[in-house]
Design a protein around this ligand. Structure first.
Ligand code: HEC
Ligand code: HEC
Ligand code: HEC
Ligand code: HEC
Length: 462
């Protein structure tokens, strides 16, 4: 865990508490961001006190999750480990983000979402504004018909959010006590930084509901799983998230998206589409409207040829410009990445047990499950795994927390494992007393698990 950061944050917190008036409640969509791209599998298990060999393991996670491997090809023998991610699907982006927000996100994503994993290709004062405008014009034409979902109930969404497992990964609202929490349970501050969610209140409300109903389509990385929400639950959740700390929705919800945007100029739109390729946006995003994933990026140096001691390129503390993305990495991340690059030649194929761990870190299964003594819900988040009633409370931890995954490959067969992981969404839960469901992950992301669990847990028999 990032002890250095937490220590600093704590000090800053004490200092602030002493000198300032207590600030407004922290809403999950405004939770205090960290100042570097947030990767949960790195954040929870690595920190500045790690020895170099262990820190390198974290560096390998970053190489994949920050998609370095999309531009810097991994060595062939271990390419299977480093499939990288496919970033947010941009179809319909103009129906989610208003023109101004879209422009800010393209120009410097960290202005819209400080802890985002999208690097900037235009950071630095007033660089290439004409290119940004062209990209915005083209992305601005990518609208999508979204069914009109009802406007939800903010207070109901607030209760749901804190009971059905969102807080396994995201921040709770500071100072909020979910109903149904047994009296003896204390509400503590969560110890680990949470997955950021700052786009929630920048998205159009209806689009936010639609995202919560189909996260695996919007975010093909599969890092945000599908809870199989009903339309009512999704609308209530999005109303709560959009409402922010004031717990009130803006008066005119349609205003932002329908506001006068500069008229689309056909030449500018065409130039934007072309720039999407030349600026290498398609290294991470699929080309909107094209079938298939992102395109191959043969042009940058292979991973094995990168200089681990480099201070320039993508390790730079300041934007370099040109085609070099700016990530705003922090010191520990840079050290971890350098350590990983140094050990790249020694990196071997993963045996099945290590591969399970590798994938559970990427997808943050550890937010809810423990396996082989690793992970499980953080203690201070356990109160956000709701109890369904008195009977469940009597069962203690088993009454509200997801099961351990030890020996799961012995207990379930391949077909059962497949259905559990990639849907359809929890048709018949085997533990109906749990309020937190097993969410459904994108099929490609979880496809290897069933065989891996069977291999490791049932003595080699698939
Ligand atoms: C969108 C494509 C892209 C992505 C993604 C990307 N890079 Fe780069 N990187 C480049 C380009 C372009 C250069 C300039 C040198 C070149 O052409 O390879 C560069 C240069 C570098 C250099 C300096 C190379 C040297 O040997 O001097 C390092 C180190 C580096 N990148 C590491 C990373 C890491 C670590 C990540 C992920 C956090 C990453 N890059 C993600 C495109 C990318
Ligand atoms: C297993 C961890 C996990 C759980 C549980 C989870 N999320 Fe997420 N969520 C993520 C990750 C990771 C992302 C960022 C994905 C990306 O970078 O594309 C995300 C993104 C989001 C976003 C997009 C906002 C933004 O700024 O990118 C919203 C809204 C959201 N989650 C809401 C929810 C809600 C509501 C729940 C509960 C129903 C929930 N999440 C449960 C992991 C999780
Ligand atoms: C290294 C990978 C990478 C590259 C290169 C990249 N993106 Fe992204 N992009 C991401 C990721 C990851 C997200 C999700 C960020 C989040 O939610 O925090 C994202 C999100 C976005 C979004 C927000 C979409 C939404 O609906 O939430 C826009 C717009 C966008 N990218 C445009 C671009 C453009 C334009 C380029 C080229 C100039 C580009 N991206 C290059 C990784 C990348
Ligand atoms: C938001 C919390 C959450 C996340 C994240 C999550 N799970 Fe689960 N999972 C559950 C719950 C709750 C159950 C129990 C469902 C039931 O029995 O009704 C479960 C059940 C399971 C089971 C069956 C266990 C048994 O004993 O019946 C497996 C296997 C499993 N999950 C694997 C995974 C994997 C792999 C991941 C990551 C890709 C993951 N889960 C992510 C909550 C979660």
């Amino acid at each position: 865990m990032r002890s250095d950061q937490n220590g600093l944050a704590l000090l800053a917190g004490l200092f602030l508490a002493a000198v300032s008036i207590p600030s407004a409640r922290t809403h999950p969509a405004h939770a205090k961001p960290v100042n570097y791209p947030f990767v949960v599998g790195f954040e929870r298990f690595h920190g500045s006190l790690d020895d170099e060999a262990y820190l390198a393991e974290g560096g390998f996670i970053l190489l994949n999750e920050l998609n370095c491997v999309a531009c810097h090809a991994p060595p062939e023998g271990i390419a299977g480990q480093f499939s990288g991610i496919v970033a947010t699907a941009l179809e319909g982006v103009a129906s989610r983000l208003a023109p101004l927000e879209l422009e800010i996100f393209i120009r410097n994503p960290r202005f819209a979402k400080r802890d985002t994993t999208m690097p900037s290709l235009f950071a630095g004062p007033d660089r290439d504004l004409e290119e940004v405008a062209a990209l915005r014009s083209w992305l601005g034409t990518l609208t999508k018909e979204i069914p009109a979902h009802p406007i939800g109930d903010i207070e109901r969404g607030r209760v749901l959010y804190h009971r059905i497992g969102c807080v396994a990964c995201h921040a709770p609202e500071a100072g909020y006590r979910p109903p149904g929490v047994p009296d003896r349970a204390e509400i503590e501050m969560v110890g680990l930084a949470s997955v950021p969610m700052n786009l929630a209140d920048l998205y159009d409300l209806n689009a936010l509901t639609d995202f919560l109903l189909h996260p695996n389509e919007h975010r093909p990385s599969g890092r945000m799983p599908d809870f199989g929400l009903s339309v009512t639950d999704a609308s209530d959740l999005s109303a709560y998230l959009k409402a922010g700390p004031d717990l009130a929705l803006p008066d005119d919800l349609t205003e932002a998206l329908t506001a006068e945007s500069p008229p689309a100029d056909a030449a500018l739109v065409a130039r934007g589409r072309e720039l999407f390729l030349t600026k290498q946006c398609h290294a991470c995003h699929a080309m909107p409207g094209e079938a298939g994933g992102r395109r191959a990026m043969p042009s940058s140096k292979p991973l094995a040829n990168l200089d681990p001691a480099a201070t320039g390129g993508c390790f730079s503390e300041r934007p370099v410009g040109g085609l070099v993305p700016f990530y705003g990495l922090d010191l520990v991340q840079r050290r971890a990445l350098a350590a990983a690059l140094k050990r790249l030649a020694e990196r071997s194929a993963l045996d099945p047990a290590r591969e399970i761990d590798w994938r559970m870190k990427q997808l943050n299964c550890y937010a809810c499950h423990e396996r082989a003594g690793i992970g499980g819900p953080e203690t201070s988040r356990e109160v956000y795994f709701g109890f369904s009633g008195e009977e469940a409370i009597k069962l203690g931890r088993d009454g509200h927390l997801p099961p351990t995954l030890d020996s799961i490959g012995q207990r379930l067969d391949l077909g059962q494992l497949e259905r559990l992981l990639s849907g359809p969404a929890h048709p018949a839960p085997s533990r109906p007393h749990l309020l937190v469901p097993m969410p459904v992950f994108r099929r490609e992301a979880v496809a290897p698990f069933p065989l891996l669990f069977r291999r490791v847990d049932s003595e080699g028999k698939p």
